[in-house]
Design a protein. Structure first.
Lengths: 329, 116
């Protein structure tokens, strides 16, 4: 195990100029040489990760070789489009908007999801909003069982623990959104002979916060090695608009605003960031605890949670399995 | 004792059929589901749904802890306790119903209520 005598939040500090250049060099090599593509399509949401990737693409490939794609649907936040335009205008790159609600409606995405919600909240219906939440990790030491939060048109809310059937049904229907977005991104990539550039940061990539063949699909993931706080450092260096830098990371998938913390990590992202780093660098929990502002047992617990999320989401990372290798390709 | 071994067998079968498919091993009584990667958080959700549907119990949020659910032994003990409670409540309700009927009889008898 490594000693953490020097451990502090500063450990995650990077030299953003050096890192931005390193990524740009790699992106040019990958996109132009390895993938043989002419540019990049980036799906943008108005969040910091996709904004940083957009800035990196423009820097690496040239602004005339970047297309930003915004794919709102019925449950998208109202300020997403404005923030996406802000990114496009800051960079002077092309931006396209594709409304995906008609596709999702045709697939029955909303109807299917609502039916599963009604198995636990029978009165859920027209005008209601919803999101999925987990209990805080540092609350009672219970299993992380998801609940649905429903907001009725009156403003009243109700939180109900999900059954396995309801959880799987809601997730399966909602995942249609990320897969539809990716389908549209690849439409433009095919049209322009561009590569699709994914936007996960290290927390999302390592802990499996993505949909297989949805936002998990891409030709290149240029910030998947960076912890969340390192992405923030890059954002500041690259000049990402302040409003986007300050925005709380959300899943952009449910009608009630849902943070990544309440949906998946159950802990503030800066703490998850440090604990993931500590786990990766084999820093003893007792040494990391005072740095993160948690107790030793809590860090130990988080180390276990990190490992169990890796196990549970390993399948998401796997390429299609073959019965035997096909050596010629 | 017979009841306990029957529960253990049913729980082991549920775990094997849903989480150890095609694995040539059975789960040991004290084997941790989480530490050994047998159940993830969705697996726990499926397990809770199974308990509630099959045994007609209600698992409260505060009961969703490893001490209750993280091995066959712990699960069985938890289930025995819950089923005992369900039975006790049913008995109490039944007893309450009988007492109430008796009380009604005692009160109602002087009025010579014909249906009693």
């Amino acid at each position: 195990m490594k000693s953490s005598s020097a451990t502090s939040a500063a450990i995650l500090k990077i030299d953003p100029a050096v890192e931005a250049n390193r990524i740009a060099v790699a992106m040019r090599r990958i996109v132009f040489n390895e993938l043989q593509r002419r540019g990049a399509v980036v799906g943008v949401s108005g969040g910091i990760d996709s904004a940083v990737v957009a800035f990196l693409c423009a820097r690496a490939l040239g602004k005339e070789r970047v297309l930003l794609l915004f794919t709102p649907e019925n449950d998208s936040s109202s300020d997403g489009l404005r923030l996406c335009h802000m990114v496009a205008e800051s960079l002077g790159v092309c931006c396209a908007k594709e409304e995906i609600s008609p596709i999702l409606n045709a697939m029955g995405c909303y109807e299917r999801r609502d039916e599963f919600i009604r198995t636990v909240v029978t009165e859920y219906g027209e005008g209601c909003k919803c999101k999925i939440v987990l209990p805080g990790l540092m609350e009672a030491p219970q299993y992380p069982i998801s609940s649905v939060v429903v907001q009725f048109p009156t403003g009243e809310t109700k939180t109900v623990r999900l059954t396995a059937k309801a959880y799987l049904g809601i997730a399966a229907a909602t995942n249609l959104k990320q897969r539809t977005r990716k389908m549209v991104e690849y439409y433009y990539a095919d049209l322009l002979r561009y590569a699709v550039v994914g936007t996960p940061n290290r927390l999302e990539y390592d802990q499996g916060l993505f949909v297989k063949n949805g936002d998990g699909a891409a030709d290149l993931k240029p910030i998947a090695h960076l912890y969340k706080s390192q992405v923030s450092q890059l954002a500041a260096y690259l000049g990402v608009p302040k409003e986007i830098q300050r925005r709380v990371p959300t899943t952009d998938a449910y009608s009630l605003e849902q943070t990544q913390e309440e949906f998946y990590f159950s802990l503030p992202l800066d703490k998850v960031d440090l604990c993931l780093y500590g786990k990766n660098e084999e820093i003893p929990a007792a040494e990391l605890a005072p740095v993160v502002g948690l107790e030793e047992k809590q860090v130990e617990r988080l180390y276990n949670v990190i490992e169990s999320k890796r196990r549970a989401t390993r399948y998401l990372h796997l390429a299609p399995a073959l019965v035997e290798p096909v050596k010629e390709v | 004792m017979f009841m306990r071994s029957k529960l253990e067998q049913e729980l082991r079968q549920f775990i094997a059929e849903n989480f150890l498919v095609l694995q040539e091993r059975s789960v040991k009584n004290d084997e941790s589901f989480l530490e050994n990667g047998i159940l993830d958080s969705i697996g726990v959700l499926e397990l809770v749904s199974f308990l509630e549907e099959k045994y007609g119990i209600e698992v409260a949020s505060g009961e969703l802890i490893p001490e209750n659910l993280d091995s066959i032994s712990r699960l069985t003990s938890f289930l025995e306790k819950k089923l005992h409670c369900v039975k006790a409540v049913a008995c109490a309700l039944d007893e309450g119903g009988r007492s109430q009927r008796r009380a009604t009889r005692q009160v109602a008898a002087p009025s010579r209520c014909p249906e009693l």
